[in-house]
Write a new protein. Structure first.
Ligand code: ATP
Ligand code: MG
Length: 258
């Protein structure tokens, strides 16, 4: 597996002592039933520390997106439990889950999912407006400066580069101060330079703003921006790595056969 992303400079100590922001407790997920059943997760227990940047890696089909969707309340578990902060989300009604996702969770996907008719600023503020909350202007300004979008706020998505669009999506996730941001292949559609920008920003939001981020990626260099990498194979957590570098991640992936 190769990567063209620039390596991150240095690395801060991992805040491993912080209590978990989100926990999966013996989570299993089965899609379908009978002969057609797919066991996407088979008893996953893992916690994600507050204020830490964690990457989830593993071969295609190993359950990375499924785990993320279960952690974020986008999908229900078949067995086990998920806790987000003090909330036990297993067994919540659809309405409760909708509110939880709206108020406590941020998402960044491979496709940027911006609204084309809104400016960058309007896109960033949309989730707060939808939840009837007021934007904290000072916080908005800080987020905009960290993502480096100050001079692009009045642009519409089609007037922005891919990297800039993804930074808008990151700012949109961050501005609502969610307990956790879940990112599934956030750099999957970006070239190496734009990818490095977005990863640098995600890491800065963890370091400078205390944000908690869980990111799925295939890229060892992208994973090396994280404090910790959790490896999945066949729906099970098989390994983890603290303070990863591109080389140590690659070695670990090779030893997993991924
Ligand atoms: N909605 C679904 N219905 C049936 N099977 C599913 C569904 N979603 C995922 N699966 C299956 O569950 C397994 C895990 O899928 P998942 O999307 O979590 O993998 P992944 O690790 O994210 O892979 P990739 O790296 O390709 O994105 C796969 O075998 C997949 O085919
Ligand atoms: Mg996936």
């Amino acid at each position: 597996m190769t990567s063209t992303f620039a390596s991150p400079p240095g690395g801060a100590p991992s805040p491993a002592a912080a209590p978990p922001a989100v926990v999966a407790d013996r989570v299993s997920k089965v899609y379908g039933s009978g002969d057609a059943a797919v066991h996407a997760l088979r008893g996953v227990s893992v916690g994600f520390a507050q204020g830490a940047f964690t990457a989830i890696m593993g071969p295609s089909g190993s359950g990375k997106s499924t785990l993320m969707h279960c952690l974020a309340g986008l999908d229900t578990v078949s067995e086990g439990a998920v806790r987000l902060g003090d909330a036990e989300i297993t067994g919540m009604s659809d309405k409760q889950l909708t509110l939880l996702r709206r108020d406590r969770v941020g998402f960044v996907f491979q496709a940027f999912n911006l609204l084309p008719t809104l400016t960058a600023e309007q896109n960033i503020l949309l989730p707060l407006q939808l939840s009837g909350r007021k934007a904290d202007r000072a916080w908005f300004d800080q987020v905009v400066d960290v993502v480096g979008l100050r001079d692009r706020l009045s642009h519409r998505p089609n007037e922005l580069s891919g990297g800039q669009q993804q930074r808008v999506a990151c700012a949109r996730a961050l501005v609502a101060r969610p307990q956790v941001i879940f990112a599934d292949e956030p750099t999957g559609n970006l070239d190496s330079r734009a990818g490095a920008e977005v990863l640098g920003f995600l890491r800065a939001s963890v370091r400078e703003m205390g944000q908690t981020i869980v990111m799925v990626t295939h890229d060892p260099v992208a994973a090396s921006y994280a404090d910790r990498v959790v490896f999945l194979r066949d729906g099970v957590v098989v390994n983890e790595l603290l303070q990863p570098t591109p080389d140590t991640v690659l070695d670990r992936l090779k030893s997993l056969g991924g």
